[in-house]
Design a protein around this ligand. Structure first.
Ligand code: NAD
Ligand code: MG
Length: 386
């Protein structure tokens, strides 16, 4: 029986994880879970899963639920996340919260010796160096849940590192892949939220359309697999059937293919190295798909992808600034405070204006993350308009 802490249980990855867990009740148990604000969805999960510990977003929610579920222990905010992630009984922490709020519980879980099934890519972008160092020190596994990284992880299995020539990450192109930069001036939130292939949370859907998501994934891959940016390639693949590939020194390509179903990488991260059937799996027939297309990524059309390589190569806290600026700007777009192209504008400006020394400590990175957020919030107040 694998005991799981599920951080971000009410979200899109959270719900897919609950599906996986419920399909194999003899193998998985949710010992703790967290959610931010959706009380009804949270209460429903507590009823279904019977966790021992629940982390919530506010004291008010804790009060409402504590009287309804007297046997459950509740915690609030960062403390709630950290306690859920470090519960003695927990074996693996599935990090499905959105944003850099995932860093503290992930670090605490690693220090407590828990394996990590990582969906929360922002944590690795913000502080990859320290997360990977801590994982090595405490001998814990970081198993990717992001579909591209799960694909690469699967392709790399059994390959000596010297065999690897490059990683090739596929990108669907997001909601606006067929629009020109001129067209982007007029797009709405509703249009941005219509992803062609995947059903996901709002922030990652916006990030997919700006190509920030792919940028975050490039940096995530750099840390997860210890591969130089020169050896990470991104290719536009509109069908999202090839989840990613590796290229070997002799020119062989290994790819992992499958339907757009996040239960696959989630379940693999939880059963690794075993494989089990996916209950009620999605229909998948390559003869029905019949064509797979691959195109060059246009860095002029998607400047946030170019910027990811730039901040990644600069290192230090550059990726932290890139990520923090985007978290605030993408959220402001979702809340109707800024226009679509202002997301890129604020991220680019934040990176341009950051020019501190690249040698930073984890404490400094956390401070830079906070400071960047405050700066972007100020810019949004000054310049934000629709
Ligand atoms: P979501 O918005 O659907 O869910 C986010 C979850 O995090 C919710 O349970 C919410 O309650 C919680 N949360 C949000 N803000 C919080 C805060 N400040 N404090 C504590 N909890 C908070 O998001 P999602 O689409 O499930 O994505 C979650 C993570 O997984 C992201 O990092 C995303 O990049 C990554 N990811 C998602 C997918 C996908 O298919 N959805 C695929 C790959 C990677
Ligand atoms: Mg992905």
């Amino acid at each position: 029986m694998k005991k799981i802490a599920l951080l971000g249980a009410t979200g899109s990855i959270g719900s897919n994880t609950v599906d996986v867990v419920k399909a194999y009740p003899e193998l998985f148990q949710i010992d703790s879970l967290t959610f931010h604000s959706n009380v009804e969805a949270g209460a429903d999960l507590i009823e279904q899963l019977n966790p021992r510990y629940v982390g919530v977003g506010s004291e008010d929610i804790k009060e409402i639920l504590a009287s309804r579920f007297p046997a459950v222990e509740f915690g609030v905010g960062e403390i709630g996340l950290v306690q859920a992630a470090t519960l003695d009984s927990v074996d693996v922490v599935l990090t499905a919260v959105t944003g850099s709020v995932g860093l503290a519980p992930t670090m605490a879980a690693i220090e407590a010796g828990k394996d990590i099934a990582l969906a929360n890519k922002e944590t690795l972008v913000m502080a990859g160096q320290w997360v990977m160092e801590a994982a090595a020190k405490h001998k814990v596994q970081i198993l990717p849940v992001d579909s591209e990284h799960s694909a690469i992880y699967q392709c790399l299995e059994g390959q000596p590192k010297e065999n690897l020539k490059e990683l090739m990450i596929t990108a669907s192109g997001g909601s606006f892949r067929d629009l020109s930069r001129e067209d982007l001036k007029k797009v709405t939130l509703e249009q941005a939220l219509k992803h062609p292939n995947w059903s996901m949370g709002k922030k990652i859907t916006i990030d997919s359309s700006t190509m920030m998501n792919k940028g975050l994934e490039v940096i995530e891959a750099h840390w997860l697999f210890g591969v130089d940016y020169d050896k990470i390639k991104v290719v536009l693949h509109k069908e999202s059937i090839v989840h990613s590939m590796i290229v070997l020194t002799d020119g062989a390509y290994l790819a992992q293919l499958g339907p757009s179903d996040m239960r696959e990488p989630i379940q693999y991260a939880l059963t690794y190295p075993k494989r089990l059937p996916i209950k009620n799996e999605k229909a998948f027939d390559l003869t029905q798909i019949s064509q797979l297309n691959f195109e060059v990524m246009d860095f002029e059309r998607f400047p946030m992808l170019r910027l990811a390589f730039e901040v990644g190569r600069k290192g230090g806290a550059y990726p932290t600034v890139y990520n923090a600026a985007n978290e605030i700007a993408a959220t402001a777009f979702i809340e109707g405070k800024i226009s679509y192209l202002q997301i890129e504008h604020f991220v680019q400006r934040a990176v341009n204006e950051y020019n501190e020394t690249t040698e930073v400590t984890l404490e400094e990175v956390i401070a830079i993350d906070k400071k960047t957020r405050t700066i972007i919030e100020r810019w949004i107040k000054e310049e934000g308009h629709l």
